[in-house]
Ligand binder design. Structure first.
Ligand code: ADP
Ligand code: MG
Length: 500
């Protein structure tokens, strides 16, 4: 398996100037270094080289950003009428579209994902998310209630912004995770302190410039870079942050929920997953093979909805497995910025080591490595797309979230839907699942039995801005996207009036 290193086009001069420039955090209207003067390295995961340095903030910077956000929500932002806020958010979406080359390049450079996925997928989706929520700004209304008590009453609810929100996002989809959080919070009238992941801060910092260009009042969006253990932890514990929204590992989700108890800030969490991919005996094999491969290998498997546990009917098991293996072996590995790349590196050395450790555990536990099974090359953080067969439910490859390009499979021999659902639900996670079949009855019965926030049928990893996304069980609290995300960022106030 060859990795191409020689086909990365030179950076556009404008992008190179931004990456190579001095980076600072957006606090109020100012671009500031960390109060401590510390910084951290941003790395190109295709070769391990340092490409930039950004401030490594800490609690002092969080304090400043929260003050700026508080001033904005007490001041100009809450005084702006909804239609004006909507216009600003729409303008921001237009600026994202206008800067698609810059944003896509930054996104792929720092995360390693294929540039086509950034340019044609993630960045347009980011703009679309802002536009969708721009539409909601003017449609967030309360209700009037008909009162049971004797006498004359008028009672109604108001939907008010929850206040200053802290948003902590991961590195796997740096820009769409930003949009899923920032857009509904702005629509609801909140102000924001955003922390991108330490691996992928550059796209978020450029987004900060676009926020300023769009003309948002200062302090509405503040962007802090730094480590989770310092900036992130200070946000989760901050007494003047009203709500924290987090996407990342279940382990850190638990820390955040605990840290939030100090002022009982509202918490929403989108955490890990271990999605079952169930292929019934009647499934269209070509469609299932293509879909299951993409479920496992899209974004190098670094997706919380990734298909990781394949349950495939015995009579088509060998065909499906060899089809997936064939596709895995055909994937072109390379740097994200090489336009021919189909599978980029994983984001960091730490992730690469975790993935290859889990694969080795699977091998030692007696699973069969059909293809892949190791690091690819010795430069950068590439992992061979891997297919593992003959897994058992107790193996760590089946229990733990791998977050790498690894498909683990086991056959089943009768279509007892209760047993299939039981096996699919045999995990602490409950984010997503997919079912591959044309049997309508099986689809609806299984969809009802599977304990996960999303069930895809004859598709996987399909997200639309209108569709709520989030987890059952230890995959999280709350739902992002769709109208439901607005509930994460609004408080309901009841006003009851006795008429004199
Ligand atoms: P990973 O380990 O795969 O990087 P994490 O869940 O640790 O995933 O990271 C997701 C986000 O959470 C990142 O922005 C990271 O900086 C942040 N983070 C990590 N640890 C903490 C923490 N203790 N408190 C708050 N945020 C954190
Ligand atoms: Mg971590």
């Amino acid at each position: 398996m060859n990795i191409r290193f020689d086909a990365v086009p030179p950076l556009d001069p404008k992008v190179a100037a931004f990456v190579g420039g001095k980076h600072a955090m957006l606090i109020g209207s100012a671009w500031l270094p960390a109060a401590s003067g510390q910084s951290l390295d941003v790395i190109d995961p295709s070769n391990g080289r340092v490409i930039a340095q950004v401030p490594a903030g800490d609690r002092a910077d969080v304090d400043l950003a929260v003050k700026a956000a508080r001033t904005a929500i007490d001041g100009p932002w809450s005084k702006m009428v909804p239609a004006e806020r909507a216009k600003l958010i729409w303008k921001l979406a237009d600026l994202i579209d206008a800067n698609v080359d810059m944003l896509a390049t930054l996104n792929s450079y720092e995360s390693g994902k294929p540039i086509g996925d950034s340019r044609n997928g993630e960045v347009p989706f980011t703009a679309e998310t802002f536009r969708y929520y721009a539409g909601w700004v003017t449609k967030i209304n309360g209700e009037t209630m008909t009162i049971n008590a004797p006498g004359d009453w008028h009672a109604y609810t108001r939907r008010e912004p929850v206040g200053v929100v802290g948003q902590i996002i991961p590195w796997n989809f740096p820009l769409s995770m930003l949009a899923w959080k920032v857009a509904p919070a702005l629509a609801a009238g909140c102000t924001i302190v955003l922390k991108p992941a330490e691996q992928t801060p550059l796209g978020a910092l450029y987004f900060g410039k676009l926020v300023q260009d769009a003309g948002f009042p200062e302090g509405v969006v503040n962007i802090l870079t730094g480590f989770g253990e310092t900036v992130g932890a200070a946000m989760a514990a901050h007494p003047d942050i009203d709500k924290v929204a987090f996407t990342g590992s279940t382990e850190v989700g638990r820390l955040i929920a605990r840290a939030a108890t100090g002022n009982l800030k509202k918490v929403s969490l989108e955490l890990g997953g271990k999605a079952p991919t169930i292929v019934l005996g009647d499934a269209d094999i070509d469609m299932a093979v293509a879909g299951a491969s993409s479920a496992a290998f899209f974004n190098a498997g670094q997706s919380c909805g990734a298909g990781t546990r394949f349950f495939v009917h015995k009579k088509i098991y060998d065909k499906v497995m060899s089809g997936i293996a064939e596709r895995a072996e055909a994937l072109k590995l390379g740097a994200g910025l090489d336009p021919a790349t189909e599978l980029g590196p994983v984001v960091s050395q730490q992730q690469m080591e975790r993935i290859t450790r889990l694969i080795s555990e699977g091998r030692n536990d007696g699973a069969e490595i059909v293809t892949g099974g190791a690091r690819a090359g010795d430069v950068g953080y590439f992992v061979k797309p891997t297919v593992i067969s003959r897994t058992r439910p107790d193996m760590s490859v089946i229990r733990e979230e791998i977050f790498g390009p690894v498909a683990c499979a086991m056959p089943f021999d009768d279509e007892d839907l209760d047993r299939l659902a039981k096996d699919a639900n045999d995990t602490e996670y409950g984010l997503a699942a997919s079912i591959w079949t044309n049997n309508l009855g099986a689809v609806h019965r299984l969809a009802a039995k599977i304990k996960s926030g999303t069930v895809w049928v004859n598709c996987h990893n399909f997200n639309d801005v209108t569709m709520p996304f989030g987890g059952f069980k230890q995959s999280g609290w709350g739902r992002e996207l769709g109208e439901q995300a607005l509930q994460l960022y609004t408080e309901t106030k009841t006003v009851a009036i006795r008429l004199p």
